[in-house]
Design a protein around this ligand. Structure first.
Ligand code: SF4
Ligand code: SF4
Length: 382
């Protein structure tokens, strides 16, 4: 195993959140998927024993929460084994799923394995748009899975990614969640990475859509109180300060891609020159504390102006490195979402372009069709 030491590693605290992306296989084809566009050309998935070893190492480092994600993690038939292993080590275990593949038998087995939490994604409150955006017929199945989750005593945690086409349906999405007995609803506006970046022009909402949706969410919050907690995550293109991406690079988040590549953030593969380590070659402790990739943007020594002398750098850590690179070509630049960035104009242009009339629920894909996440498209575009 190789180790690269760096003086920056002295300041690192242990990872808290381990995200295992077990597979890039997924029956859905969401146009906003955050997976890398070139996923189909990545290496083979880790086997069960290697995943077990990675989970053990991460727990040894101090990680307390584990997410099983993908792709669709339920396509792995060792999911129950891995959940049981993680739970046995004391992890709080989360399944992040589209629901496809979750039946009575599997949910009982996952419960038996000690799974703590299930987050189910929906694409819309209407069958038409749910099925269109995911390019599948999964609307009815998701309703069945939601009932199954409730019947097995799990808290009902729903997630719906918002964009230009479903923002006008926010009230109906909340009504649907309430009817399902949701305890928690995450309304997360699209973040523009991976496939969502490819489809940015079609998915970007207008500021009016966002304001109306947020006002609606606030009205519902007053009405339903603690019965259902509703989270509304605004797309950062509409902000003047960036998000504190990953709470700081190499700070709490440790992601492992299906092929064993260790990731300081979901989109880190898009950054050039990082030489991302793999768990097959390097011990997790060395990856976390000593690898070049995990130290590249840790702390604030890497910052340039305007971040370097900015008194807000402790709050947002300069924003997202992947977004900075995607939009400026420089991974050490300030995230252009920031109004202090010399590139902020680019963000404003995208938002201005989005001001064309939005048609309620209608997917105007004539001028520029959505590109769906599929193996064929990945091989063609990757
Ligand atoms: S966003 Fe959609 S396509 Fe991507 S992994 Fe999730 S369910 Fe699959
Ligand atoms: S200049 Fe940098 S540190 Fe300051 S607010 Fe903007 S992104 Fe954050």
């Amino acid at each position: 195993m190789s180790t690269t030491t760096s003086p920056l590693d002295q300041r690192a605290s242990p990872p808290l959140w381990l995200l295992t992306e077990l597979t890039y296989r997924c029956p859905l084809h969401c146009a906003f998927c955050y997976n890398p566009v070139d996923f189909a050309s990545h290496g083979a998935e880790l086997d069960t024993d290697t995943w077990r070893d990675v989970i053990t190492q991460a727990r040894g480092l101090g990680a307390a929460q584990i997410g099983f994600s993908g792709g669709e993690p339920l396509v792995r038939d060792d999911l129950e084994t891995l959940v049981a292993h993680a739970r046995g080590l004391g992890f709080y275990t989360n399944l992040i799923t589209s629901g496809v593949g979750l039946n009575e038998q599997r949910i009982a087995a996952l419960k038996e394995a000690g799974l703590d939490h299930i987050q189910l994604s929906f694409q819309d409150s209407t069958r038409e748009l749910n099925d269109f955006v995911s390019s599948t017929k999964t609307f009815d199945l998701k309703h069945r899975v939601a009932r199954l989750i409730k019947a097995h005593g799990y808290p009902m945690v729903l997630n719906c990614v918002l964009h230009r086409y479903n923002l006008p349906h926010v009230a109906q999405i909340i009504d649907m969640a309430l009817e399902m007995g949701a305890d928690y609803l995450e309304l997360a506006n699209t973040q523009y990475y991976g496939w969502a970046m490819l489809n940015r022009e079609q998915l970007m909402p207008t500021s009016e859509q966002l304001q109306e949706a947020e006002a609606m969410v606030n009205r519902y919050r007053e009405r339903v109180g603690d019965r259902c907690r509703i989270l509304f995550v605004v797309p950062d293109y509409f902000e003047s300060r960036p998000k504190a991406c990953m709470n700081g690079w190499g700070s709490v988040f440790l992601g492992i891609a299906p092929d064993g590549t260790a990731l300081p953030c979901h989109a880190a593969r898009s950054l050039p020159g990082l030489s991302l380590p793999r768990v097959q070659d390097t011990a997790l402790a060395d990856i976390w504390y000593h690898s070049h990739a995990f130290n590249a943007f840790r702390g604030d020594d890497w910052m340039r102006e305007p971040c370097r002398s900015c008194d807000e750098r402790g709050a947002d850590h300069g924003g997202c490195r992947c977004q900075a690179y995607l939009l400026t070509g420089d991974a050490a630049a300030a995230d252009p979402v920031c109004a202090k960035s010399a590139h902020h104009e680019q963000i404003e242009q995208v938002v201005t372009l989005a001001r064309r009339p939005a048609r309620d629920g209608a997917c105007d894909t004539q001028a520029q069709p959505l590109i769906f996440r599929s193996r064929e498209n990945s091989l063609r575009l990757g």
